[in-house]
Design a protein. Structure first.
Length: 318
């Protein structure tokens, strides 16, 4: 691996982070909030991409770990401590712990059965959030969650501008971590397992263990996103654990390009911006998202990033 190839994601991340910081200086509170939503879902999509794009495991229950992270962070803030780092650590660990249990069930299956069982596990989590009123607040959700203390001198997230900066930096950290994972022996092994699992097993790789670890790490990213979500919104409800969120995340990965670093981030911005735009005109915005999915499968089945790469190669060859 050459130095230039290794440094490219870091350069792109640095430029993107700088652009978002500069952009934030001129955004209204609404605009900043919209970018925050996009970035939170970009982290979610990055996590799912580890499963779908690298390990070849399509999950329709990823919102479960997002919700577990959000609820855990909110409960820690309300009942234990207002320290951001404590709440974040607890939320990420809780999401990964739930995934560690769910993966034991899901990885007993493959193909469409894996998809169905992840959907079922996600719905079980939604049902728990909806019915466990004494802990989660039931259908009313968990409310009264304020902005926590970062414990860093001179850096406050009490206002939207400060929180915007936190989310931009948190997203950059998530992208960098995913770049490290993707280019590590672990990431290369996942790609090999996706392409030919039996051959990787014959070479001595523990295929099940690699998939299990990918499942848990992916949930960690979702829990991380849940922390940023709940402390920005100030509440979390069962809707955040539902199938619609899981479908949106999957759509983001597919539209942007599964198995790429930039794809999930780009897909998150496209889906979130379109959903905000369309929902202002109709209540049936989910239908439009479905049409977007159909269009993506027909015209860019490998995602926008792969399509852009193909167009660039064709232009250079001509």
């Amino acid at each position: 691996m050459t130095a230039s190839r290794f440094s490219s994601p870091w350069l792109a991340t640095a430029l993107g982070t700088a652009a978002l910081v500069v952009l934030g200086q001129g955004l209204s509170s609404y605009g900043a909030g919209l970018v925050i939503d996009c970035l939170v879902f970009a982290i979610l999509a990055l996590g799912l991409n580890l499963l779908l794009g690298y390990a070849g495991l399509p999950s329709l229950g990823h919102a479960a770990y997002f919700g577990v992270g959000a609820y855990t962070a909110g409960l820690v803030y309300l009942h234990v401590s207002t320290n951001f780092w404590l709440a974040a650590a607890a939320a990420i660990l809780a999401a990964m712990a739930v995934a560690a249990v769910y993966a034991l069930l899901a990885l007993r299956t493959t193909g469409v059965y894996f998809l169905i069982i992840t959907l079922a596990l996600g719905q079980i989590t939604w049902a728990a959030a909806f019915s466990w009123r004494s802990v989660t607040g039931g259908d009313d959700g968990l409310r009264g969650i304020g902005r926590p203390d970062l414990g860093l001198p001179g850096l406050s997230i009490a206002d939207t501008g400060g929180y915007y900066l936190l989310v931009v930096l948190a997203t950059a950290a998530a992208v960098c971590l995913m770049a490290v994972l993707a280019r590590s022996p672990f990431g290369h092994a996942l790609r090999g397992i996706q392409q030919n699992g039996p051959r990787m097993a014959a070479l001595g790789y523990n295929v099940w263990l690699y998939k299990y670890l990918a499942f848990i790490i992916s949930a960690g990213f979702a829990g991380y996103a849940g922390v940023l979500f709940v402390f920005y919104k100030g509440f979390v409800s069962p809707e955040s654990v539902g199938i619609v969120i899981s479908a949106e995340i999957t759509l983001m990965v597919i539209i942007g390009g599964a198995g790429t670093l930039a794809g999930p981030v780009l897909g998150a911005f496209i889906v979130m911006l379109l959903s905000h735009l369309v929902s202002g005109f109709t209540d049936r915005w989910i239908t439009w998202l479905g049409l977007l999915y159909v269009a993506a499968v027909l015209f860019a089945p490998r995602g926008i990033v792969a399509l852009a790469h193909d167009l660039v190669r064709a232009r250079r060859a001509s």
